[in-house]
Design a protein around this ligand. Structure first.
Ligand SMILES: [Cu+2]
Length: 364
């Protein structure tokens, strides 16, 4: 009997070793991550962080205590050579023990609940002197609107350092696009916790960065085929640099001079012909007339001011833009033909591609 269990255990050991090795490799990837909630960069990320750490220590103490007891009993009550094979003393229920192991965790949880609930209210509160940025979750990209400056942008957005920014968030619904309204979640771990974007509702999230720099995040609520291709980039600038960014973004797009290939691209952008949807029916390039307005696709007025496109998954290079216009689905699965979501393949000819890419590259 004992022999048998011994051989079985020996044969299984390599499997466990494999699992541990895999876990070690996967966990090693967690080091040096840019999306690291354990490396808060502002007060709204600091508050939850200051709770996570003591709670983790308490959890570690409980873990060591419980595992210690398990190891102790395994060693202390193991089968010995002189064992006569009889069953150990059978115990069914022990009221005192059960009360103890119910009351202690209940007390720990009750104590942790006090600063947790307090902290939730604190980070949700409307801060003083904040900047408002409206966030709309689309499949599969984030749109940003600054009501104070009438700026639209996508994927990447700028904030001033040392000033709270209050995000007023919702998700696109049928009123805005054929998006069919799904829930997304905004998560930039170094700036704040997660908050859902819900169609037809407004949710709020405060973020703030103490130091200038780039803070990365992504959609954290499964929202369809390109959920994993829906990233967030926050550029935090010192006040003067932020003002310069605002100044640049509020400028209308330059209209290319007549007779240039860029001007040809602009004509195609407004009117593609052959019954194809115009780019301008989904995208805006604001040239200074009237108000800017939300569209089905990202605002392209200052496309080149962003370093990445399509949910911030591709570098803003000529080759990438060309491939995007030639066959968007090859760059990011959207299945426009199936559900009308995302960017369609417009069967552009090589000449049309040349002109449109030149025009896109002029939108700085
Ligand atoms: Cu999403």
């Amino acid at each position: 009997m004992r022999e048998q269990s011994h051989t079985r255990r020996r044969r299984r050991t390599p499997v466990y070793l494999g699992v541990f090795a895999a876990a070690a490799v996967i966990l090693a990837a967690c080091g040096d991550a840019e999306q690291n909630a354990l490396d808060p960069a502002g007060p709204f990320a600091q508050a939850p962080h200051d709770l996570i750490i003591p709670v983790a220590w308490i959890a570690l103490a409980v873990f060591i205590f419980v595992q210690g007891l398990i190891i102790l009993s395994v060693v202390r009550f193991r089968t010995r050579k002189d064992d006569d094979g009889s069953l150990p003393k059978q115990i069914h229920g022990n009221t005192r023990l059960e009360v103890i192991w119910t009351v202690i965790p209940a007390v720990i949880l009750a104590v942790i609940a006090v600063p947790t609930v307090q902290g939730i209210f604190e980070v949700m509160e409307e801060p003083e002197d904040y900047l408002t940025v409206e966030v709309i979750g689309h499949r599969w990209w984030f749109e940003y609107y600054y009501p104070d400056y009438d700026i639209y942008t996508a994927n990447e957005f700028a904030i001033p350092t040392d000033r709270p920014v209050r995000l007023e968030m919702t998700a696109a619904d049928l009123a805005r696009s054929p998006d069919l309204g799904v829930i997304h979640s905004f998560w930039v771990p170094r700036l704040a916790g997660k908050q859902d974007l819900v169609p037809g509702q407004t949710t709020f999230l405060n973020i703030q960065a103490d130091e200038p720099g780039r803070y990365l995040g992504q959609c954290a609520e499964y929202c369809g085929v390109s959920h994993a291709n829906m990233r967030i980039r926050v550029e935090a600038y010192e006040e003067a640099d932020f003002d310069a960014w605002v100044e640049a973004q509020t400028q209308p797009a330059a209209v290319p001079a007549d007779g240039t290939v860029e001007a040809e691209g602009r004509d195609l952008f407004l009117e593609l012909g052959d019954g194809r949807l115009a780019c301008a029916s989904c995208h805006q390039v604001w040239e200074g007339d009237g108000d800017r307005a939300p569209q089905q696709g990202p605002d392209l007025t200052h496309l080149l001011s962003r370093e990445e496109f399509a949910g911030a998954i591709h570098d803003m290079t000529e080759e990438n833009l060309r491939e995007w216009l030639r066959d968007p689905d090859s760059m990011k699965p959207m299945q426009y033909e199936v559900n009308g979501i995302g960017m369609p393949n417009l069967d552009l000819t090589d000449d049309e591609l040349d002109a449109l890419v030149a025009y896109m590259l002029s939108l700085d």
